[in-house]
Design a protein around this ligand. Structure first.
Ligand code: GUN
Length: 294
């Protein structure tokens, strides 16, 4: 069998078009221009690429964006002071601090400093807590993009077994909470899964992954998921973006797994474009939430 390709680029384009239409009507009604402030510390080449693509997507969709750069050797208090300024700037609706930060920063303290109402990454403990209680404000962009992709491809998760490889705060943990919750932004059919989270200490990982109706690989190890780890007909979502001299590769051995899976995402052109689209969604949502506040 050859799997059906889940075209993230096309689905992201669809979401951006919907957002652009809604945004145009909203901005003319309220005379407010939703704005994302991106913060980049240092000159990590991958982070530079991500920030450029996020800002370009803002521009194409009708959102404003700002880029605030700090040098590699900036200190914790300089970054906190910049976040404080952005927290209090009424023209800024969303704040994104590109990760990873240089190693001398205390990342959790920095993320805690972002006003939860402007936290368009949904990394603040208040926003994470809300997701775990099934009453989210913002959803983290990559897991939300995956849920949107499943929904828009007609794939249900309710009653299915979802296996996630990776327990990161950015993808694995929030994805698990969102799939096990009773409802989602795309309805109950793309929630209500039975969820297993696997990680580096999981015993007999292939035995776990072979149980998956939906397999989500988010571990950052190139072509880690091989064909023998996949149940025939499963939906395989590849979150990996592994950069090496040979180019970009995912966490899934695409050529072999596509012969076993029912559906599969490519890298690039799978989850990545959806992550960016959902950041635009969150920035617009942040502007709407802030506009509606007394
Ligand atoms: N680095 C890798 N992924 C992300 C993300 O989703 N948000 C931020 N801020 N940094 C990242």
């Amino acid at each position: 069998m050859t799997a059906t390709l889940l075209d993230g680029k096309a689905i992201a384009g669809q979401i951006r078009n919907e957002l652009a239409t809604e945004l145009h009507a909203w901005t003319s009604q309220h005379n407010i221009q939703p704005c994302l402030a991106a913060v980049l510390v240092g000159e990590d080449p991958a982070s530079e690429i991500y920030i450029r693509s996020k800002r370009r997507a803002c521009e194409r969709t009708g959102l404003t964006s700002q880029l605030h750069r700090l040098p590699e050797d900036a200190c914790q208090s300089e970054l906190q002071s910049l976040i404080d300024t952005l927290n209090h700037d009424p023209a800024v609706h969303g704040i994104l601090v590109q990760l990873p930060l240089p190693s001398h920063f205390q990342e959790p303290t920095i993320l805690d400093a972002i006003n939860p109402l402007k936290d368009v990454d949904a990394f603040h403990p208040e926003n994470v807590g809300r997701i775990s209680q099934g009453r989210p404000r913002y959803l983290p962009c990559t897991p939300h993009g995956i849920q949107q992709m499943l929904h828009r491809s007609g794939l249900k998760t309710s009653g299915k077994h979802a296996v996630i490889i990776g327990r990161s705060d950015i993808v694995g943990k929030p994805m698990a909470m969102m799939l096990m919750n009773r409802d989602s932004t795309t309805g109950a059919a793309t929630a209500n899964a039975t969820v297993t989270v696997c990680h580096t200490r999981t015993a007999d990982l292939p035995q776990q992954t072979r149980q998956a109706d939906i397999l989500i690989a988010a571990i950052g190890r190139s072509r880690f998921v091989t064909a023998d780890m996949v149940k025939p007909g499963a939906v395989v979502i590849d979150v990996g973006m592994n950069r090496a001299d040979e180019g970009l590769s995912g966490d899934v051995d695409f050529d072999a797994v596509k012969e076993v899976a029912g559906y599969i995402t490519p890298v690039p052109g799978g989850v990545g474009p959806l992550t960016v689209a959902m950041l635009l969604y969150n920035t617009f949502l942040a502007a709407k939430i802030q506009q509606a506040m007394p």
